[in-house]
Write a protein that binds this ligand. Structure first.
Ligand code: CU
Length: 149
Protein backbone atom coordinates (compact mmCIF):
# COMPACT_ATOMS: atom_id res chain seq x y z
CA UNK A 1 0.00 0.00 0.00
CA UNK A 2 2.81 2.36 0.85
CA UNK A 3 4.29 1.93 -2.61
CA UNK A 4 1.03 3.11 -4.13
CA UNK A 5 0.60 6.25 -2.05
CA UNK A 6 4.17 7.49 -2.47
CA UNK A 7 4.02 8.15 -6.24
CA UNK A 8 0.73 10.03 -5.83
CA UNK A 9 2.28 12.29 -3.21
CA UNK A 10 5.32 12.84 -5.42
CA UNK A 11 3.09 13.75 -8.35
CA UNK A 12 1.20 16.29 -6.23
CA UNK A 13 4.49 17.84 -5.13
CA UNK A 14 5.62 18.11 -8.76
CA UNK A 15 2.37 19.76 -9.80
CA UNK A 16 2.77 22.32 -7.03
CA UNK A 17 6.31 23.06 -8.24
CA UNK A 18 5.18 23.62 -11.81
CA UNK A 19 2.51 26.06 -10.63
CA UNK A 20 5.07 28.34 -8.97
CA UNK A 21 7.91 27.83 -11.48
CA UNK A 22 7.04 30.85 -13.62
CA UNK A 23 6.47 33.75 -11.21
CA UNK A 24 5.01 36.96 -12.54
CA UNK A 25 7.69 39.61 -12.55
CA UNK A 26 7.17 43.11 -11.23
CA UNK A 27 10.20 44.72 -12.81
CA UNK A 28 9.99 43.63 -16.47
CA UNK A 29 7.15 44.74 -18.75
CA UNK A 30 6.28 43.97 -22.35
CA UNK A 31 4.73 46.89 -24.28
CA UNK A 32 3.69 47.53 -27.90
CA UNK A 33 3.77 43.84 -28.75
CA UNK A 34 2.80 42.86 -32.31
CA UNK A 35 3.49 40.32 -35.00
CA UNK A 36 4.07 41.02 -38.67
CA UNK A 37 2.31 38.27 -40.55
CA UNK A 38 3.69 37.12 -43.89
CA UNK A 39 1.82 35.09 -46.51
CA UNK A 40 2.22 31.44 -47.43
CA UNK A 41 4.81 29.57 -45.40
CA UNK A 42 7.05 32.59 -44.75
CA UNK A 43 7.97 32.95 -41.08
CA UNK A 44 6.34 35.77 -39.11
CA UNK A 45 8.29 38.15 -36.87
CA UNK A 46 7.33 39.30 -33.38
CA UNK A 47 8.22 42.74 -32.04
CA UNK A 48 7.82 44.45 -28.65
CA UNK A 49 9.42 46.93 -26.29
CA UNK A 50 10.69 45.42 -23.04
CA UNK A 51 11.01 47.77 -20.08
CA UNK A 52 13.17 46.98 -17.09
CA UNK A 53 12.27 48.85 -13.89
CA UNK A 54 14.87 47.11 -11.77
CA UNK A 55 18.32 48.37 -10.81
CA UNK A 56 19.91 45.30 -12.42
CA UNK A 57 20.24 44.64 -16.16
CA UNK A 58 18.09 41.89 -17.66
CA UNK A 59 18.58 39.66 -20.66
CA UNK A 60 15.93 38.24 -22.95
CA UNK A 61 17.05 34.74 -23.91
CA UNK A 62 14.13 33.54 -26.03
CA UNK A 63 10.42 32.92 -26.20
CA UNK A 64 7.88 30.18 -26.68
CA UNK A 65 4.32 30.02 -27.92
CA UNK A 66 1.64 27.34 -28.11
CA UNK A 67 0.85 28.74 -31.58
CA UNK A 68 4.29 28.21 -33.17
CA UNK A 69 6.48 25.12 -33.14
CA UNK A 70 9.62 27.19 -33.44
CA UNK A 71 10.45 30.61 -31.95
CA UNK A 72 13.98 31.94 -32.45
CA UNK A 73 15.66 35.14 -31.29
CA UNK A 74 17.26 36.81 -34.31
CA UNK A 75 19.07 40.03 -35.05
CA UNK A 76 19.06 41.80 -38.41
CA UNK A 77 22.08 43.94 -39.18
CA UNK A 78 23.41 45.76 -42.19
CA UNK A 79 26.46 44.07 -43.64
CA UNK A 80 28.11 45.59 -46.72
CA UNK A 81 24.90 47.39 -47.55
CA UNK A 82 22.55 44.44 -47.29
CA UNK A 83 20.55 43.14 -44.36
CA UNK A 84 21.73 39.90 -42.78
CA UNK A 85 19.94 37.97 -40.07
CA UNK A 86 21.69 35.91 -37.42
CA UNK A 87 20.48 33.84 -34.49
CA UNK A 88 21.57 35.34 -31.17
CA UNK A 89 21.64 34.01 -27.61
CA UNK A 90 20.12 37.07 -25.99
CA UNK A 91 19.17 40.74 -25.97
CA UNK A 92 20.24 42.91 -23.04
CA UNK A 93 17.84 45.31 -21.36
CA UNK A 94 19.68 47.93 -19.28
CA UNK A 95 18.76 48.65 -15.67
CA UNK A 96 16.00 51.27 -15.49
CA UNK A 97 15.87 51.19 -19.28
CA UNK A 98 14.31 49.47 -22.23
CA UNK A 99 15.19 47.54 -25.36
CA UNK A 100 13.14 46.92 -28.46
CA UNK A 101 12.48 44.00 -30.72
CA UNK A 102 11.85 46.00 -33.90
CA UNK A 103 11.94 45.71 -37.70
CA UNK A 104 15.57 45.84 -38.85
CA UNK A 105 16.92 44.81 -35.44
CA UNK A 106 16.26 42.14 -32.85
CA UNK A 107 13.11 40.11 -33.45
CA UNK A 108 11.49 36.81 -32.64
CA UNK A 109 11.19 34.65 -35.74
CA UNK A 110 8.10 32.46 -35.71
CA UNK A 111 7.75 29.32 -37.81
CA UNK A 112 5.87 26.02 -37.75
CA UNK A 113 2.42 27.47 -36.92
CA UNK A 114 0.28 25.07 -34.91
CA UNK A 115 -2.91 26.46 -36.53
CA UNK A 116 -3.64 28.77 -39.46
CA UNK A 117 -2.70 32.25 -38.20
CA UNK A 118 -3.86 35.41 -39.98
CA UNK A 119 -3.98 39.18 -39.40
CA UNK A 120 -6.49 40.00 -36.66
CA UNK A 121 -5.55 36.98 -34.56
CA UNK A 122 -3.82 37.17 -31.20
CA UNK A 123 -0.82 34.98 -30.44
CA UNK A 124 0.06 34.15 -26.86
CA UNK A 125 3.78 34.18 -26.14
CA UNK A 126 5.97 33.65 -23.12
CA UNK A 127 9.22 35.60 -23.10
CA UNK A 128 12.08 33.98 -21.21
CA UNK A 129 14.81 35.85 -19.35
CA UNK A 130 18.18 34.92 -17.92
CA UNK A 131 17.73 33.89 -14.31
CA UNK A 132 14.53 32.00 -15.03
CA UNK A 133 12.01 34.82 -15.14
CA UNK A 134 9.32 34.72 -17.78
CA UNK A 135 6.50 37.00 -18.88
CA UNK A 136 3.37 36.12 -20.78
CA UNK A 137 2.15 38.63 -23.36
CA UNK A 138 -0.47 38.79 -26.09
CA UNK A 139 0.82 39.69 -29.56
CA UNK A 140 -1.81 40.98 -32.02
CA UNK A 141 -1.15 39.82 -35.58
CA UNK A 142 -0.85 42.64 -38.15
CA UNK A 143 -0.81 42.50 -41.97
CA UNK A 144 2.43 42.21 -43.92
CA UNK A 145 2.53 45.90 -44.86
CA UNK A 146 2.52 47.07 -41.22
CA UNK A 147 5.70 48.70 -39.97
CA UNK A 148 4.82 49.62 -36.37
CA UNK A 149 2.32 48.56 -33.68
CU1 CU B 1 14.69 36.43 -38.29
Amino acid sequence: MKLRTLPAAALLAMTACVAVAAPATNTLRVEHAWIRWLPATLPAAAYAVIENDSSAPARLTGASSPDYGMVMLHRSQLENGSSAMTMVSGMDIPAHGKAALSPGGYHLMLSDPARPIKPGDTVHMTLHFAGGESIRADFPVRPANTSSP
